[in-house]
Design a protein around this ligand. Structure first.
Ligand code: NAP
Length: 429
């Protein structure tokens, strides 16, 4: 075979996977590239992680859709690595395999009471309001909650707190699952409190995300003045970090001047509170005990403390991610890894772009003349197993149906939220 028939499997159709496809397809326009995902839909965290009211961030999918239209690039949805196909089988079919499966599991605090009803990791909550087909319906779980605790001081904590705090009108132009929106709107919500185990200078909020908390219709952002009185970004930080922290502290200082009661919901930032145990009654959370002796009543707690990768069988694991050297998976010369599965759950979508480009460049440099069957090899294998895949055309049918429902309701889209609906629409025959 000639080099022109190189074949590459990218596993995981989230932003890291697509950025890798972008770089690979530009460096090797001749290559046959399959982007495989266990879901019937592409875009991973852009579809199921990015907050539904941040539509600007989701605009990146237009670029990814254009990649799917390139000759030689296929979307192969409904195929799970480890269930429908093994890593060794992919390695036998393709010249290179690039893993972009992200982080699929909430980190746990590891404290007593974490399994009480009403305590959950952010992925569970975010999957639900973002209409992930595997999401568990949380309508009953949140229905009576007056006091919501959000553990963590990163942007996921901000997203979670904001989705609770916003009114239905503020979410009207979003693609939140309408049932989740209705359930949130019906809550007797009084307080949403973000708990950081360290101080304002250590919070990892980005500036715009924190500022947005000061502009919500029904929630007033509050901070204890004592927490910000002497807060300052450390001198030793590199300039952009120092600027971010300093601006955050200024914003939080502004919040400390707000009057409690100014709006119906108190959206409080509390610092230096590390959770010690969740207290429960009849199996349900009633409050949180913190390491400093502070106790806060809470009837819902969402932990937003980061994620770990679910490492597919056959790949080496290391500290919650796939063991690799600059994207080359350790011990597997034709296997690569990008994104959060490679470097852990940090960084925004543009961070993943640079990472994927760099690893794709290494992959292309390593590519030997092709000796593998490529996409046809995968198709033959899946056919023998009766695996029904969703291709690009199937995804475009889903996209059209969701966009049309959205247009009728004045929203960008209304997502199909079940496997059955996604499968039926993707394959109308
Ligand atoms: P993150 O920024 O790393 O925040 C995690 C938070 O959890 C930190 O405040 C951390 O505190 C805290 N934490 C960890 N272990 C804890 C424990 N045992 N007890 C109490 N607190 C604990 O991560 P993230 O919020 O999950 O976000 C992931 C990435 O996605 C970030 O890079 C984020 O910027 C990005 N993202 C961006 C957007 C956006 O751009 N709008 C939205 C969502 C997510 P310590 O600092 O003390 O460890």
């Amino acid at each position: 075979m000639t080099q022109s028939s190189a074949s590459i499997a990218v596993v995981g159709a989230g932003p890291s996977g697509f950025y890798a496809v972008d770089a690979l397809s530009r460096a090797r326009p001749d290559a046959r590239i399959d982007i495989i995902d266990r879901l019937p839909t592409p875009f991973g965290l852009v579809r199921h992680g990015v907050a539904p009211d941040h539509q600007g961030t989701k605009g990146v999918t237009r670029q990814f859709d254009r990649l799917l239209a390139k000759p030689g690039v296929r979307f192969v949805g409904g195929v799970e690595l480890g269930r429908d196909v093994s890593l060794d089988e992919l390695r036998a079919a393709y010249d290179a395999v690039l893993i972009a499966t992200g982080c699929g599991r909430d980190r746990r605090l590891g404290i007593s009471g974490e399994d009480l009803d009403g305590v959950m990791g952010s992925m569970r909550f975010v999957d639900w309001f973002n209409a992930h087909p595997d999401a568990v319906d949380l309508t009953e779980t949140i229905a009576q909650a007056r006091h919501v605790a959000v553990i963590g001081n990163g942007n996921v904590a901000i997203d979670v707190a904001r989705v609770f705090a916003k009114t239905a009108e503020e979410m009207a132009k979003s693609d939140i699952d309408p049932r989740a929106q209705a359930a949130i709107a019906a809550m007797p919500l009084e307080t949403v409190t973000l708990y950081g185990r360290r101080g304002p200078a250590e919070a990892s909020f980005t500036i715009n995300e924190l500022n947005e908390m000061g502009r919500l219709a029904r929630a007033v952002a509050l901070v204890d003045p004592a927490d910000v009185a002497n807060a300052a970004a450390p001198d030793g930080d590199p300039t952009p970090e120092r600027v971010r922290k300093q601006k955050n502290i200024e914003t939080l200082r502004g919040f400390s001047a707000n009057a409690p009661g100014a709006k119906p919901i108190a959206l409080a930032f509390r610092f230096h509170h590390a959770p010690l145990t969740f207290s429960g009654e009849n199996g349900r959370i009633i409050g949180i005990n913190f390491a400093d002796g502070f106790y806060a009543p809470a009837d819902l707690a969402i932990t937003c403390i980061g994620y770990d990768a679910i490492v597919p069988e056959g790949l080496p694991a290391e500290r919650g991610r796939i063991a690799n050297d600059e994207g080359r998976v350790r011990g597997l010369p034709d296997v690569y890894v990008v994104g959060w599965a490679r470097r852990g759950p940090s960084g925004t979508i543009p961070t993943s772009r640079a990472d994927s480009f760099a690893v794709a460049e290494r992959l292309v440099a390593d590519l030997a003349p092709s000796s593998k069957p490529g996409p046809g090899g995968l198709d033959a294998l899946l056919a023998t197993r009766g695996v029904a895949t969703i291709d690009t055309a199937g995804w475009l049918r889903i996209d059209k149906a969701e966009s049309e429902t959205g247009a009728r309701e004045g929203r960008p889209r209304v997502k199909l939220a079940s496997w059955a609906a996604l499968r039926a629409v993707s394959n109308p025959a």
